[in-house]
Ligand binder design. Structure first.
Ligand SMILES: Nc1nc2c(ncn2[C@@H]2O[C@H](COP(=O)(O)OP(=O)(O)OP(=O)(O)O)[C@@H](O)[C@H]2O)c(=O)[nH]1
Ligand SMILES: [Mg+2]
Length: 359
C-alpha cells in the first residue's frame, strides 16, 4: 500500500510507527524535540531531530527552523529505501508546532521528487483548546489551498474525537495506542484482501468474488484529487435507512466531507460463514452496494469484494473512498478558528473552540 512512511512530530511519529509495523514498511521520524521520541523503538539512523527543545506549539517557528536546515533534511532522506520508494505516507498530529512545522517544507520536497503522497492529518479532540485547535485548523486551511487540487496529494483527515470514542484510549504515554492501532487496522483490512490466498484460513476464497488487486487499493488511496475516507459499518440485519445513516456517520474523517462527490471507492463486505446457506444473502449484498451508490449519488470507479468469514458474527462493510470535496462544515470550522486567533491576539476572552458544534 505504501513503501515509505514518515512521521512528523510526536503524534505523527507514533502514528507512523503503527503504520510502519502494521505494513512492515521502512519508517523515519522527524521532530524538533528529541525528548518526544524517548519511547520510540527504532534505530537512531531513522530519527532526524533539529533540537529546539520543542516549539511551544508554534508551527511558524517550527517551519522556520526546518527551512533553515533544509539541506540536512535532504541528506537524512538520502537512503536507498527512500530513493526507491514511490508511495509515501506522511503522518502528522495536527495542532502542534513540530509536526505542522515540518509539513510544508517536507511536502514541497516530496512532490519535487515526484513522490505520490498520502497525508494523514489528525484534528484535535474536543477537550483540547487554544492554541492546538486554531493551529490545526489554520494549517488545514493552508493545506487545502495548496494541495487539495487535482494532481496534488491525497489527504485523510482523522477526527481524533471520533476515534478516541470508537477505539478507546489508554493511560499516560499509551493514551493514543488504541486509536493508532484502529486507524491502521481500518486501512489494513483492504490491503489484506489483496492477499486473499494467504488468508484462506479465515476468508473463504472460493466464495469471495473479485478479490482486490494491490493496485486497485493504491489507486483509491493515491487518487490525488481531494480527501480520502474510511468508513466501517457492522450490522445484524440492516434496513436501507440504517445503511444510509451508517454510511454517512461512520467516517474516520470530520463528518463534513461531501460523500456525494466521491470519485473512487472500494467496498469490501465480510459475511458471517453461517449466512452462507441463507438464500437472502446475495440479495442483501446487492442491496448494500446499491445503498452505497445512492449515498455517493453517482457511480464513480467502483470495486467490490465480498467474502465469507468464519470469525464474523455480524455483517461487516468497509468502504475506502477518495476524491471527495470538502463540505461547508470545514469552512465554518476554519473561520471560527481564525476569529479565536484574533481574539487571542487582542487578549479578549476566548471561548474554547467547540469543534463539535461545527460538525
Ligand atoms: N491520532 C493521534 N493523534 C495524536 C497522537 N499524539 C498526539 N496527537 C494529536 O496531535 C496533536 C499535536 O501534538 P504533538 O504531535 O505532540 O505535537 P508536535 O508535532 O510534537 O509539536 P510540538 O507542539 O512542538 O510538541 C495533539 O494535540 C493531538 O491531538 C497520537 O499518537 N495519535
Ligand atoms: Mg512535540
Amino acid at each position: 500500500m505504501f513503501d515509505f512512511v514518515i512521521g512528523l512530530g510526536q503524534g505523527g511519529g507514533r502514528l507512523a510507527q503503527s503504520f510502519g509495523k502494521g505494513f512492515d514498511v521502512p519508517t523515519v521520524y522527524m521532530n524538533l524535540a528529541g525528548v518526544d521520541f524517548t519511547h520510540l523503538d527504532t534505530d537512531k539512523k531513522n530519527i532526524l531531530v533539529f533540537e529546539e527543545g520543542g516549539t511551544g506549539r508554534n508551527p511558524e517557528f517550527g517551519e522556520k527552523m526546518v527551512r533553515n536546515r533544509f539541506g540536512d533534511l535532504d541528506k537524512f532522506l538520502t537512503r536507498s529505501s527512500f530513493d526507491d520508494s514511490k508511495y509515501v505516507l506522511v503522518c502528522i498530529g495536527g495542532g502542534g508546532g513540530a509536526g505542522t512545522g515540518f509539513m510544508f517544507p517536507l511536502l514541497e520536497y516530496l512532490t519535487g521528487k515526484q513522490k505520490e503522497v498520502f497525508l494523514i492529518f489528525t484534528l484535535p479532540e474536543d477537550r483540547e483548546g487554544i492554541p492546538t485547535k486554531p493551529n490545526a485548523l489554520m494549517a488545514l486551511d493552508k493545506l487545502i489551498a495548496r494541495y487539495i487540487q487535482p494532481e496534488k496529494i491525497s489527504i485523510l483527515l482523522i477526527d481524533n474525537e471520533y476515534c478516541v470514542k470508537r477505539y478507546g484510549n489508554g493511560e499516560g504515554f499509551d493514551y493514543w495506542g488504541a486509536v493508532n492501532r484502529g486507524i491502521v487496522a481500518a486501512l489494513k483490512r483492504f490491503w489484506l484482501l489483496t492477499e486473499i490466498d494467504r488468508f484462506a484460513s479465515f476468508i473463504d476464497v472460493a466464495s469471495g468474488y473479485k478479490a482486490l488487486d494491490k493496485n486497485d487499493v493504491r489507486r483509491v488511496l493515491f487518487s490525488r484529487s481531494g480527501y480520502s475516507d474510511v468508513r466501517q459499518l457492522s450490522f445484524d440485519a440492516p434496513t436501507e435507512e440504517m445503511l444510509l445513516r451508517g454510511i454517512r456517520d461512520s467516517s474516520l474523517v470530520f463528518g463534513s466531507l461531501d460523500i456525494r462527490t466521491a470519485k473512487r471507492y472500494v467496498v469490501s463486505i465480510g459475511i458471517p460463514e453461517s449466512w452462507k446457506q441463507d438464500v437472502r444473502t446475495l440479495a442483501f449484498v446487492e442491496h448494500i452496494l446499491q445503498s452505497i451508490s445512492k449515498a455517493t449519488k453517482h457511480t464513480p470507479d467502483t470495486l467490490r469484494c465480498s467474502y465469507f468469514n468464519k470469525k464474523l458474527t455480524a455483517l461487516q462493510v468497509h468502504i475506502l473512498i477518495s476524491g471527495m470535496a470538502r463540505g461547508k462544515g470545514i469552512d465554518r470550522m476554519i473561520q471560527s478558528a481564525e476569529q479565536d486567533q484574533l481574539r487571542l491576539e487582542a487578549k479578549d476572552p476566548v471561548d474554547r473552540l467547540n469543534i463539535k458544534k461545527m460538525r
